[in-house]
Ligand binder design. Structure first.
Ligand SMILES: [Mg+2]
Length: 356
C-alpha cells in the first residue's frame, strides 16, 4: 500500500510497519533531531540505536540536526558512537552532524566573505568559538566577563575589540550585564551582524524531563529573512504540584540582546530554513525523498513542513498527540503547519519494517 501522508492536510497517522515499509522505499535520507529522539541526557532511547543501525544497513543516509550550540560536530559524533548510533570515526567524524555551532560558522563565513580577518563577539561556548575559528572567523568574548567599573559611564567605556563584524548569541552560562552592554556597543557599529544560534526557551534536562511550552515568536524566524510572528500558545496556568523547571535556553539570551539593541537577530537553528540549507548543500538532498524525525512540533516538524520534507513525530520527547490535536484545531495558520505526516511512540517502531 502507499504510505498515507497527513501534514498539511491535517492528518497525523500512526506509522505502522506496513506504512513504514512503503515510506522507507521512497526515501534516501533521514534527518534526526537528537535530544528526545535518539537519547535523553546520557541514555539512548531503547531500540533507537538498533533502528539507526538497520537504516544504515539498508543504505539510508542519516543526518543529525540539533539546535544545541554547546557542542562541536566532533563532540556530537563521539556521543553518537558512544551511545551505539554508529557513524564515521577518524577524519570523517562529525560529517553527519549539523549543529547550530557549525551552521552559525557557515553563515558567518558566507555573510562576512571578503571581510579582512573576520571577527565575531561571541556570547557562547568554547565549542561555538571553535567552530567559528575552524572556518576562519576569529571569536572573542568567550568566558566570564565581570562588570567593569561602578557606573554606566564606566560600563560604556570598557575597551572593545577592534574590527568586530558580528555579535553571535548562543548558549552562554556566563551571560552577564557587561556582555550585554558590550554586545549592544558592537551592534551600534555600522554593518555589524546580530546572529542567534536558536530560539529554544528551555534547555532539555539530563533526566529527559522537559517543559512542553513553545517559545513565542520562534515560528517563522529565519537567518537573513524577515522576523516572523509572535504567535505562540498562551502560557499554561500553574496547577497541581510544580514540575522541575529546566534552565532558561538560548532564546532568552537572544531576546535580551534584541531588546537592548532594538534589532532582530538572524536565527540559524530549527525551524529556520538555513540549517536545512546547510544539510542540503552538503548532502545534495531531494526534499521529496527525505524524512525529518523530531520530538518537537514547533522546531523539528515545522522545519520539515516548511522545507517540503516528510515528517515523523516521535513521542519520546517534548510534544504529545494532544499538542498535535491542539494545532490541528487551532485557527492559527502557523500552528496548522506544525502537524506531522506520521507519528511513532519511539523510533524503535521503525525496526519491524527494517527486519525482513
Ligand atoms: Mg528534541
Amino acid at each position: 500500500m502507499a504510505a498515507e501522508a497527513g501534514g498539511r492536510g491535517g492528518r497525523c497517522v500512526r506509522l505502522s510497519a506496513e506504512r513504514a515499509r512503503a515510506l522507507l522505499a521512497d526515501v534516501d535520507t533521514l534527518l534526526f533531531d537528537c535530544d528526545g529522539v535518539l537519547w535523553r541526557g546520557e541514555t539512548a532511547v531503547p531500540g533507537a540505536p538498533e533502528a539507526l543501525t538497520a537504516l544504515r544497513a539498508r543504505g539510508k543516509r542519516l543526518g543529525f540536526i540539533t539546535n544545541n550550540s554547546s557542542k562541536t560536530r566532533a563532540a556530537y559524533a563521539e556521543k553518537l558512537r558512544r551511545l551505539g548510533f554508529g557513524g564515521p570515526a577518524g577524519p570523517g567524524a562529525g560529517l553527519e552532524v549539523f549543529g547550530t555551532a557549525y551552521c552559525t560558522a557557515l553563515y558567518l563565513r558566507q555573510r562576512l566573505a571578503g571581510a579582512p580577518a573576520p571577527k565575531a563577539y561571541v556570547l557562547g561556548s568554547p565549542a561555538l568559538a571553535a567552530e567559528l575559528e575552524a572556518v576562519g572567523v576569529a571569536a572573542v568574548g568567550v568566558g566570564p566577563e565581570p562588570l567593569q567599573g561602578d557606573s554606566p559611564a564606566a560600563w560604556l567605556s570598557a575597551p572593545l575589540e577592534p574590527d568586530v563584524r558580528a555579535v553571535v548569541v548562543g548558549f552562554d552560562p556566563h551571560f552577564s550585564y557587561m556582555k550585554l552592554t558590550k554586545a549592544v556597543r558592537y551592534l551600534q557599529q555600522p554593518g555589524c551582524l546580530l546572529v542567534g544560534t536558536n530560539m529554544d526557551n528551555r534547555l532539555p534536562l539530563e533526566n529527559g524531563c522537559f517543559i512542553a511550552g513553545p517559545c513565542a515568536g520562534r515560528a517563522g524566524r529565519a537567518a537573513g529573512g524577515p522576523a516572523g510572528g509572535r504567535a505562540g500558545r498562551p502560557l499554561r496556568p500553574l496547577t497541581g504540584r510544580p514540575r522541575p523547571s529546566p534552565p532558561a535556553g538560548t532564546g532568552c539570551l537572544v531576546h535580551a540582546v534584541e531588546m537592548a539593541a532594538q534589532r532582530r537577530a538572524d536565527i540559524i537553528g530549527k525551524p529556520s530554513r538555513f540549517i536545512f540549507d546547510c544539510v542540503s548543500q552538503e548532502y545534495g538532498i531531494d526534499p521529496e525523498r527525505t524524512v525529518m524525525v523530531g520530538d518537537r512540533l514547533d522546531t523539528d516538524i515545522l522545519l520539515g513542513v516548511t522545507c517540503g520534507l516528510k515528517t515523523i513525530l516521535t513521542l519520546t520527547g517534548v510534544s504529545s498527540l494532544g499538542d498535535v490535536q491542539s494545532n490541528q484545531e487551532s485557527d492559527s495558520a502557523s500552528r496548522k503547519e506544525m502537524v506531522p505526516d506520521f507519528y511513532v511512540d519511539s523510533i524503535a517502531d521503525l525496526l519491524p519494517a527494517l527486519q525482513d
